[in-house]
Design a protein around this ligand. Sequence first.
Ligand SMILES: NC(=O)c1ccc[n+]([C@@H]2O[C@H](COP(=O)([O-])OP(=O)(O)OC[C@H]3O[C@@H](n4cnc5c(N)ncnc54)[C@H](OP(=O)(O)O)[C@@H]3O)[C@@H](O)[C@H]2O)c1
Length: 232
Amino acid sequence: MSGVVLIVGGTSGIGLRLAERCAAAGERVVITGRDGVRAAAVAASLSGEVVGLGLDLSVPERVGECLAGVGGVRWLVLAAVERDANVVREYDVAAAVRLVTLKLVGYSEVVHQLVGRLADDASVVLFGGLAWRRPYPGSTTITTINGGVSGLVRTLAVELAPVRVNALHPGVVGDSPEWAGKPAGVLDALVARTPLGRLATMDDVVGAALFLLENRAVNGVNLEVDGGWLLV
Ligand SMILES: NC(=O)c1ccc[n+]([C@@H]2O[C@H](COP(=O)([O-])OP(=O)(O)OC[C@H]3O[C@@H](n4cnc5c(N)ncnc54)[C@H](OP(=O)(O)O)[C@@H]3O)[C@@H](O)[C@H]2O)c1
């Protein structure tokens, strides 16, 4: 199979860890972040063949030109996110529109732009998150977009067939940049609620992403990587 591994949102966190793993395995990797200079610097800091590009999903009209230089794509991973706290009683319309645009319209537009560059045996992974099934105070937009991802994966798997499309929904990823700096008390309370007795790690999530990318029969699946959170 030819083509690059393209990781949208590959300059930080789980996307970056996945880029490292793919590059170490000899894949040609393209990572994106909002700022092209920063993305190029992050790419240059990795071992292997890694290129960094600027791509802002909150401006979906420009996605096509940002991806113009990308050729065939073997694996497409959509991991980008911006954080948002929104409750419906004090609804912030601008913040909600931005995040819905980024994750649902932006993810879809990336696929639209690349569809002619995906081989039949290409594979796509979209990132959602556990809030789609387990809301928390302030998660109104996050729960909405992650629920949207769960639907998007099903329609894309049908529309792009035989290209496979799956979604991954991490729980709290304890060593990710978003969570690693939180006070111990916050993390301890989350661990206490996790049947596994520890939080998922970035490596756990990357392993799940590689499984979805590599397995030739898994298609249209929403996979939770949460250490069993949804059970309790
Ligand atoms: N970490 C967790 O515990 C957790 C839990 C549930 C779900 N998830 C999901 O897992 C995925 C990865 O999470 P993470 O915590 O590893 O992410 P992260 O470290 O916050 O990284 C986010 C990435 O998205 C990029 N990005 C931000 N705004 C963007 C925009 N407007 N357009 C394009 N790219 C943009 C960032 O690039 P720049 O900063 O360089 O622009 C960065 O590469 C996300 O989809 C998230 O929703 C994570």
